[in-house]
Design a protein around this ligand. Structure first.
Ligand code: C5P
Length: 412
């Protein structure tokens, strides 16, 4: 069952231009199966209407502690909500809201529920550059962390004022990663004995200085698996093709950036002896141009066609399978469009892998570029295992768990 299914979440929104992102965050929380109660500070209502939040959450939105029509009902609510919630998210949290949270001021529903809450609290700040740099903010954030709250970082970029710098609220999908993480079951035994080599993303095979052959891979699945292993205490060597994903910051991570399949192959060989687990998620280009033009190729005339001769790239997974050491565990991915099971099983044998994780391009919201994925897993020892469509982050956690389970039985 998805980890957010049935979770009770209070989403508190304070008045910032980033409020529009909270609408998307609400949508993602609801889509993940959680029940959400939205609270708006009075100034948040200037940015996004109550009706938008109420419609998406299918619940009335609360704002003030005292309501002229139903004072008693609302007064009681903040205590009940604080106890009801499994998680409270304050996003965006403005400088004003953060200062009040840190000092215990209670003049609207958000602060009243915050002070009554017994659940974990995630705070996602949003403010302009000068406010973000003011020492009072840093002091208040420090206080909030000391109280046990999780205060998220901000992104750098263009701010509402036009200034560039830190202060942008994290994107909804980034906040979702923290939220999902919070509800993941914790493992009893850390994976500190594992060093996992992961290949991720596409490769680019150069034609001339301005053109290359590549594919639609974004690297999301490989990075999610790297993060899942790091969180469980494993050491990770992440060999990545060009992606737009931020590199995880972790002392257990060795990050190697490459462009071509040949470079990925050489990096894999270089780190091969350090690793005991291999997860090859990369969409490696099978072919590359035989020659690489040193100058930009020009159109010859109006009618000529142009032919590029392609030669095979090394099959990295196959090399790892053929060279695996005693105790190594090798996982490959298979992206198929027809005869999915048959081709995946063929790969399991021909590449001497211990596991093939198959995703199909026929599955909606899965594989290349999607934020979610659905897989069927084949091994030599266990029956086919199906993980239904879920976020790549949650899937990564389940995959690491399953790899660990199968890997554990291989050497008994
Ligand atoms: O043969 P196919 O490309 O479908 O196999 C997919 C699996 O093989 C993936 O795990 C991919 O990372 C790996 N692979 C590789 N080197 C290649 C081609 C694929 O490691 N040249």
């Amino acid at each position: 069952m998805p980890v957010l299914q049935g979770k009770k979440i209070v989403l508190a929104v304070s008045g910032s231009i980033a409020c529009y992102k909270s609408v998307e965050l609400l949508r993602l929380l609801i889509k993940a199966g959680s029940e959400v109660q939205v609270l708006l500070t009075p100034s948040a209502k200037h940015f996004v209407g109550e009706l938008t939040f109420a419609t998406l959450s299918k619940k009335p939105v609360f704002s003030t502690i005292f309501d002229e029509q139903n004072t008693q009902h609302h007064w009681a609510n903040h205590v009940a909500l604080g106890k009801w919630a499994d998680l409270m998210i304050i996003a965006p949290a403005t400088n004003n809201t953060i200062a009040k949270l840190a000092s215990g001021i209670c003049d609207n529903m958000v602060h009243a529920v915050y002070l009554s809450a017994t659940c974990p609290i995630i705070i996602a700040p949003a403010m302009d550059l000068d406010m973000h740099e003011h020492p009072s903010l840093h002091k208040n954030i420090q206080i909030l962390k000391e109280y046990g709250n999780i205060v998220l970082p901000t992104n750098s970029g263009e701010l509402a004022s036009g200034l560039i710098g830190y202060g942008r609220m994290l994107e909804p999908h980034q906040i979702m990663e923290y939220v999902t993480d919070m509800f993941m079951p914790k493992w009893n035994k850390p994976l500190s004995h594992r060093t996992v080599l992961i290949t991720a993303g596409p490769t680019q095979e150069q034609i001339d200085p301005v053109r290359f052959i590549s594919n639609y891979s974004t690297g999301k699945m490989g990075y999610a698996i790297a993060n899942a292993y790091l969180k469980q205490g494993a050491k990770v060597i992440l060999i990545s093709g060009p992606t737009h994903i931020p590199v995880p910051y972790h002392s257990n991570l060795t990050f190697v950036k490459i462009k071509t399949a040949q470079e990925m192959y050489e990096a894999t060989q270089k780190y091969f002896n350090l690793a005991n687990t291999f997860v090859m998620t990369a969409a490696v280009a099978d072919y590359k141009p035989k020659t690489k033009a040193t100058e930009k190729i020009k159109k010859q005339n109006e009618t000529d066609n142009f032919t590029i001769e392609l030669i095979q790239n090394p099959d990295i997974l196959k090399w790892v399978g053929n060279n695996k050491k005693q105790g190594d565990f090798v996982v490959g991915f298979a992206l198929e469009s027809t005869n999915e099971q048959e081709y995946a099983l063929k790969k399991l044998h021909s590449k001497k892998a211990d596991m093939i994780i198959m995703n199909s391009i026929n599955t909606p919201n899965a594989a290349f570029g999607a934020d979610t994925n659905e897989v069927h897993i084949y091994t030599h020892t266990h029956p086919e295992y199906h993980i239904p469509n879920t976020s790549k982050q949650e899937l990564a956690y389940l995959l690491v768990k399953y790899i660990e389970q199968v890997q554990g039985t291989k050497f008994i």
